[in-house]
Design a protein. Sequence first.
Length: 70
Amino acid sequence: MGFDAAKGAIVADAYRRTKGPVAYLDESYQTHKPDVKPAETFYVFTAVVVRQPDMAELRTGLRQIVGGTY
């Protein structure tokens, strides 16, 4: 899935207008494949709630860890 600039602009505008905290959500998983044992499959869903004044610092730190905007 590629980056959609129009959707990105909508999200960026929502971040600019928000006054309260924002929840960042992430999911990771390994689906069942014929060559993967069922015990090696997983699904993890996490969230972190970030205060608006801390959002820029968090996003900068995440970009540094990932090496881009993913």
